[in-house]
Design a protein around this ligand. Structure first.
Ligand SMILES: [Zn+2]
Ligand SMILES: [Zn+2]
Length: 274
């Protein structure tokens, strides 16, 4: 791969395993034109404690800006955030970019959150308690939340179909069913292809949850039809995953009809041929 960035990354300041400095070094060693860090935005959800950035992000911002100086002239360092749809803070106005993601849904009747991307136990709770064992309804609930994020026009649409992460062998719902695909497509149609990039996110493959990156080919094809652009991301929580699987992601992009992808830089998004 001739040119790439890695802008969906986590560090020890949220739920990653390496420091920001180690992640930046790994990106530089891999040959990235830019490294962006996207710590999880703060929430008040119990299982997020210790896994998201603190409410006060000053230390996070300071360290990213220090690294920008360290790599000046060699690699762009960008300040981002992965904003959770249930965050108790608005999308940041201080960041270079923000990734809009859904990791939790909120059950108004029960007055509690359910997590759809953590582990099977939490997913089961959501499936049984919030949706009464109707997996397609659970998928529709997820996509309604993701549509709300999409309408906020994030810089990047985060792991658009992560609801399939724990759905191995169609355990909760059939990913080929028209009802499932309609919910996903309706949600994607709420995105603005002139404002948001769709990420092809290899993180779930790196960590062994899925065989293909997010999102599924039918969503990639639709995004192409909508005139949208794509960016490759690894959702890296360790230095080893910093740019994992980009070549395979590029093949999937080409198969969906894309001829170019985008890297984020300090001067903005920049498209390059695949
Ligand atoms: Zn995420
Ligand atoms: Zn992430």
């Amino acid at each position: 791969m001739k040119k790439f960035c890695t802008v969906h990354t986590h560090s020890v300041l949220c739920d990653g395993k390496n420091t920001l400095a180690e992640m930046a070094q790994a990106a530089f060693d891999a040959g990235a034109v830019s490294f962006g860090t996207s710590g999880h935005s703060h929430t008040q959800i119990s299982w997020d404690i210790g896994c998201v950035l603190p409410a006060d992000t000053t230390a996070y911002q300071t360290e990213v800006l220090r690294l920008r100086e360290v790599y000046a002239g060699r690699m762009d360092v960008l300040l981002g955030i992965e904003w959770d749809s249930q965050s108790d803070q608005p999308p940041p106005d201080w960041a270079d970019y923000w990734i809009g993601s859904t990791h939790n849904v909120y059950d108004e009747k029960a007055g509690r959150h359910y997590c759809i991307d953590w582990d099977t136990e939490k997913m089961n709770d959501c499936y049984q308690e919030m949706y009464g064992g109707d997996g397609l309804a659970m998928a529709e609930g997820y996509y309604a939340e993701m549509a709300r994020v999409a309408r906020m026009r994030p810089s990047i649409l985060g792991h658009f179909d992560i609801i399939v992460k724990l759905n191995g062998y169609n355990r909760y719902f059939d990913e080929n069913s028209p009802r499932y695909q309609k919910a996903a497509l309706d949600s994607l149609h709420d995105a603005d292809p002139t404002a948001s990039l769709l990420e092809i996110n290899t993180g779930g493959v790196f960590r062994g949850f899925r065989e293909l990156p997010y999102p599924a080919p039918f969503l990639l094809r639709e995004w192409k039809t909508m005139g949208g652009q794509i960016i490759f991301t690894s959702d890296a929580h360790t230095t080893g995953g910093i740019a994992y699987g980009y070549d395979e992601a590029a093949e999937l992009a080409k198969a969906a009809g894309f001829t170019e992808a985008v890297v984020l830089t300090q001067t903005g998004p920049s498209a390059y041929p695949l």
